[in-house]
Design a protein around this ligand. Sequence first.
Ligand code: CA
Ligand code: CA
Length: 338
Amino acid sequence: MGILPMRARAHARTHNNCAENPVRLTDASRDSPEDHEQTPRHRATEGPSLRLRLKIPVTHMKKTNFFLTVAMLLAGLCAASAHIGYTNRDFGTLIIDNSTVVRGNQTISSSFGWADAADSDYGDSHRGRFYRFTLTSTASVVISAQRDNAGTSANGTESNFLPGISLFQGLGHLSPDQESHDSAALSVSSRDVGTEGSLRTLTNWSIGNDPTYNPPNPETPLDPYSGGILYPASLRSFTYVGHIADGTSANFGSAAGIVGDGVADGFVTATFADLGAGDYSIFVGGASYGRQTDEPGPTYPTYGVDVSVRAIPEPGTIGLIVLGLGTFAFIRSRRRTK
Ligand SMILES: [Ca+2]
Ligand SMILES: [Ca+2]
């Protein structure tokens, strides 16, 4: 359970669901531009709605059409916000050579999002950032997160941010699908009643998206998505691999099974061993559970973070390389002897 009384949180969430989108946009505008990922529907939403408003005076519209239009405009505002996206946070296919790759200059909304998703009523995926990478063969990957002063909290309160990292197999929805988000009908119907969102940082979880049509149909401005190809709503699954949290239970709370690094210093690192080939998502968020009362929303401070990955060849692979070099040296020495 979160630390706010359930009724208060339910109120906050109801208040926040569609209305949370402008809030996220505010957060995002302070964040990095990659938040405004332009899926086809995002682009289309602004087009037809705007054209409708310019061409058809409200006085000449039937009342029902007017309300439909208002509803669509509101829906458009909802759809235009960012959910689970990876732009500027995609490490790509990792080269397994022990080299470190950094994605810096990213910001995270709130200092509690990771820890809040470790408890029994889950958490909101918007209170953190998703990164991704791909492996084409088995490797161990070192993942690190270091706070910086890039967020709105860069006024002396950035030290409130203690990062938590969770690693999952799987990815959220990618274009042309709509992005995954917690308040999609499929997300809500696939999780327990009363949960705060779909995100879980200590176990497997899944999240849905909304259906969309691409391209939109400009001939039906009241229903611009009635043309084109249907991309139906679906669920994406995240298979839990492991986690690390900054500090101790004094900051990340009492949820069972959390592994902390013992030193609440804004830095965490962990090695995730023997990862098979495939696509992975990293979730990074704040690990200060108790700060939910200090940051009640709906607008949250943002905190800067730099995240890095380093892929290490498997010990078996190293052994083969050493064996190969040894054989080469042996053959050369034999030739010299001859
Ligand atoms: Ca929670
Ligand atoms: Ca630490």
